[in-house]
Design a protein around this ligand. Structure first.
Ligand SMILES: Nc1ncnc2c1ncn2[C@@H]1O[C@H](COP(=O)(O)OP(=O)(O)O)[C@@H](O)[C@H]1O
Ligand SMILES: [Mg+2]
Length: 139
C-alpha cells in the first residue's frame, strides 16, 4: 500500500496499523533519507507493541532493545559501511525473539534476515510524507 501522511501522528498511526500484524521474529526494513520519518514510524509501531519509554534514533549505538510483551528491537545502520562477520555477531542478538525495525537496511547488505515488511518514506513537503509499505504475502 502507498499513502501520504500529513503529520508525524498520522505516520505513527499508520505504523501502529502495521504493528498489529507483526509477531516475534519479524523484521521490518524502514528506508528513506534523513528526516523522512523513519524513527517516527518506528516510534508509532513500538508504542502499539507496548513500548512505554522514549523511542529515539539509536545514534551513538547501533541499536536499542525495548521491553514489551514481545520485545522490540530498533537498529540504525546509518554508520555501517558493509558488515563483516564480527559486526554481524554483535547485531544478531537484536533479532533474537524480537520484532525488529531496521533503519538504513541497505547498509546491512545480505546479512540481515529477510524483511517481513519494507517501509519506504519520502519527503513531500514540510508536513507530508509518502509512505509505502510492501508486505510479505501472508502478513
Ligand atoms: N507526515 C510526517 N510523518 C513523519 N514525520 C514528519 C511528518 N511531518 C513532519 N515530520 C517531522 O519530520 C521529522 C522526521 O524525523 P525522523 O522520524 O527522526 O526521521 P528519520 O529517522 O527518517 O531521520 C520529525 O521532526 C517529524 O516531526
Ligand atoms: Mg532515524
Amino acid at each position: 500500500m502507498q499513502t501520504v501522511t500529513s503529520s508525524p501522528e498520522a505516520t505513527e498511526a499508520l505504523a501502529a496499523g502495521l504493528a498489529e500484524h507483526l509477531s516475534a521474529g519479524d523484521v521490518v526494513a524502514v528506508s528513506g533519507e534523513l528526516g523522512a520519518g523513519k524513527t517516527t514510524f518506528v516510534r508509532g509501531a513500538a508504542r502499539a507493541l507496548g513500548v512505554t519509554g522514549p523511542v529515539s534514533s539509536p545514534t551513538f549505538t547501533i541499536g536499542h532493545r525495548y521491553e514489551a510483551p514481545v520485545p522490540v528491537a530498533h537498529l540504525d545502520l546509518y554508520r555501517i559501511a558493509g558488515l563483516d562477520p564480527e559486526e554481524w555477531g554483535d547485531l544478531e542478538p537484536y533479532f533474537d525473539g524480537t520484532i525488529a525495525f531496521v533503519e538504513w537496511p541497505e547498509h546491512g547488505g545480505d546479512w540481515l534476515p529477510a524483511a517481513r515488511a519494507v517501509v519506504t518514506l519520502k519527503h513531500v513537503d514540510e508536513s507530508h510524507r509518502s509512505v509505502r509499505i510492501d508486505c510479505d504475502p501472508g502478513l
